[in-house]
Design a protein around this ligand. Structure first.
Ligand code: PMP
Length: 282
């Protein structure tokens, strides 16, 4: 297995960072997860653009262009013979003497990247998954794909302890997103999901799906919705790069859409599958 460290492909066992890396000490960095199907990246431009947006938003200037990065990722996929899986990329502010304020001297940002094999979650995509509600205790810049994931980690652990796949987070009555996914409901054939503001991550899967909805004349509302609307929804699903379009069939022990994936959710899964096919072949 190989990994990327500072723009070089190295043996994974040699991709080591210092104990004073600011990502390690402060979570002072950002990351991306890019899906790979049949050895080809899916929506890599969108992911690399989001990575650039994340680094810009916290004042890290990456010493690589998207073209450089893409070339490196293609090489890494080949070297690791990755067919189906993910690429994990992380950029931290770099290594410096521990001090909360940014280093005053120039420090090279630390880019690390590795790959992991995973298959499409076909069984749970067919059966749907269980979820629980939990208060969203995260900070107010959830639009940055930051390494500070403690809020998400604690939320996901609650789901794990409840035997659930994911949490549905809410701020008071307002539903925001999952711990690692965006949340959608369907009511009277309208697809509803939180607007991509500072309270949620602007998911690439979410955006692909919104385009797919528009193409198929499905009405979409990107707006705040409440826990009450969630409970009254006809269908519910989550989206992420690894989970694709994942039906939610239970919330806090109560069945939604009779405990089976709804018809619009299944249609969206099929259309999303066609987008994968288009970009990455079968
Ligand atoms: N929200 C959060 C908090 C996430 O961690 C993720 C997964 N990256 C998403 C939403 C979904 O984003 P994407 O579709 O780009 O994977």
């Amino acid at each position: 297995e190989f990994a990327i460290l500072h723009g070089e492909i190295v043996k994974r066992s040699e991709a080591k960072v210092d104990v004073e890396d600011r990502g390690y000490q402060f979570g002072d960095g950002v990351y991306e997860v890019i899906r790979v199907y049949n050895g080809k990246m899916f929506t890599e431009h969108e992911h690399l653009n989001r990575l650039a947006k994340s680094t810009d938003s916290i004042g890290i200037s990456l010493p690589f262009t998207n073209e450089n990065l893409k070339g490196l990722l293609v090489e890494l996929i080949e070297k690791n013979k990755l067919q189906n899986g993910i690429i994990y990329m992380q950029v931290t502010r770099g290594v410096a003497l521990r001090n909360h304020a940014f280093p005053t001297e120039y420090v090279t940002p630390c880019l690390t990247t590795y790959t992991k094999k995973i298959e499409r979650p076909v069984d749970s995509m067919r059966s749907g998954v269980k979820t629980i509600l939990t208060e969203d205790i995260r900070w107010l810049r959830c639009d940055i794909k930051s390494l500070n994931l403690l809020g998400n980690v604690l939320a996901k652990q609650k789901a794990a302890e409840a035997g659930c796949f994911e949490v549905i987070q809410h701020r008071g009555q307002e539903v925001t997103e999952g711990s690692t996914s965006n949340i959608f409901i369907v009511k009277n054939d309208i697809v509803i999901t939180h607007a991509s503001d500072h309270l949620i991550l602007k998911g690439i899967t979410k955006d692909v799906l919104l385009v797919v909805c528009a193409k198929n004349n499905l009405r979409v509302e990107e707006r705040m919705f409440t826990i009450e609307e969630l409970k009254q929804a006809d269908e519910c699903f989550l989206t992420s790069s690894t989970s694709e379009v994942m039906p939610i069939v239970e919330i806090d022990g109560n069945k939604i859409s009779n405990g089976i994936p709804g018809p619009i959710t299944r249609k969206l899964q099929e259309w999303f599958g066609q987008e994968i096919e288009k970009q990455c072949g079968s």
